[in-house]
Ligand binder design. Structure first.
Ligand SMILES: C[S@@+](CC[C@H](N)C(=O)[O-])C[C@H]1O[C@@H](n2cnc3c(N)ncnc32)[C@H](O)[C@@H]1O
Length: 273
């Protein structure tokens, strides 16, 4: 993946920023809270939130470290940074944001007690090199908390299949994002250890994510990384793909009309010795 692909990803997230995590779906915020519980921040700590997006991790982290601590969020999407900076100002919290590439953040070594990276490491061209650079940013004894996705919900396989014909070879990696070093708790744990971390532990949790109805899922999918798959569909096929997704989701409806995605999330905690 080249720098251009990274920029393309940042521009994709620019287009999601307005509605990102704002469509009434319990997703990023829920997983952020569990990550923070596991990292166990204490008041006064200096925290880095890598790929901060709209602040799902940053705002609760700022609350936990209190006025004596601080949180810096970095992201490569200018629009995410702009909007999150406005929210920080409006809320008056002890946090700041900066436009920066997570692959190799240009920050001083040993400056953070904790580093958090929620659903970002798999977007990076060289995840192990990124983890190595994050390790350097931690003070000795500091810890990192990283969330990644576990296995896809098999009940939703047909929905994912609808988009596959539109994914060009150069973007095939986006379909196998859960493969290779992210495939299992063990393979990801080894990758984190090879970046220099010690005491690496991971747990996976399956969390039901509820959408009011299939259209709610479609709207939500446009508001986050999944939007990339919609944008690969030619304009004249969009309506047909929309209908195909609705048809695949119809049999999954619960008695109340909702659809529920069983989302597996992996929480990995690692330490700088
Ligand atoms: C799925 S979102 C997660 C955002 C946030 N951590 C959360 O939990 O809601 C991924 C974020 O990573 C950012 N991102 C993607 N590639 C990046 C890179 N190379 N450097 C920094 N941020 C990046 C995107 O702009 C986006 O805000």
């Amino acid at each position: 993946m080249s720098t251009d692909t990274r920029q393309a990803m940042a521009l994709l997230f620019d287009r999601t920023a307005e509605t990102y995590d704002a469509l009434g779906v319990d997703f990023f915020g829920v997983f952020a809270e569990e990550l923070l519980d596991r990292v166990d921040l204490v008041p006064g700590e200096q925290v880095l939130d890598v790929g901060c997006g709209r602040g799902a991790v940053l705002f609760p982290a700022a609350e936990r470290v209190g006025a004596g601590g601080s949180v810096l969020g970095i992201d490569l999407s200018a629009e995410m940074i702009r909007r999150t900076a406005k929210d920080i100002e409006a809320r008056g919290v002890n946090a700041s944001v900066s436009l920066m590439d997570a692959q190799e953040p240009t920050l001083a070594d040993a400056s953070f007690d904790a580093l958090l990276a929620s659903f970002v490491v798999f977007f990076l061209p060289d995840p192990v090199a990124a983890l190595r650079s994050w390790h350097r940013l931690l003070k000795p004894g500091g810890r990192a908390g990283v969330t990644t996705f576990g296995a896809d919900d098999p009940r939703w396989a047909a929905v994912r299949e609808v988009f596959k014909p539109f994914v060009p070879p150069e973007l095939a990696w986006t379909l196998t994002i859960r493969a290779s070093l992210f495939a299992t708790v063990e393979s990801f744990g080894q990758a984190v250890e090879s970046a220099g971390f010690t005491g690496v532990t991971s747990v996976e949790r399956v969390c039901p994510v509820k959408f009011a109805d299939p259209v709610h899922w479609i709207d939500w999918s446009w508001s986050q990384g999944q939007r990339m798959f919609w944008e690969l569909v030619p304009e004249n096929r969009l309506d047909a793909v929309h209908q195909a997704v609705l048809a695949e989701l119809e049999p999954l409806r619960e008695p109340d009309g909702s659809v529920v995605l069983a989302q597996t999330v992996r929480y990995t905690i690692a330490h700088r010795g």
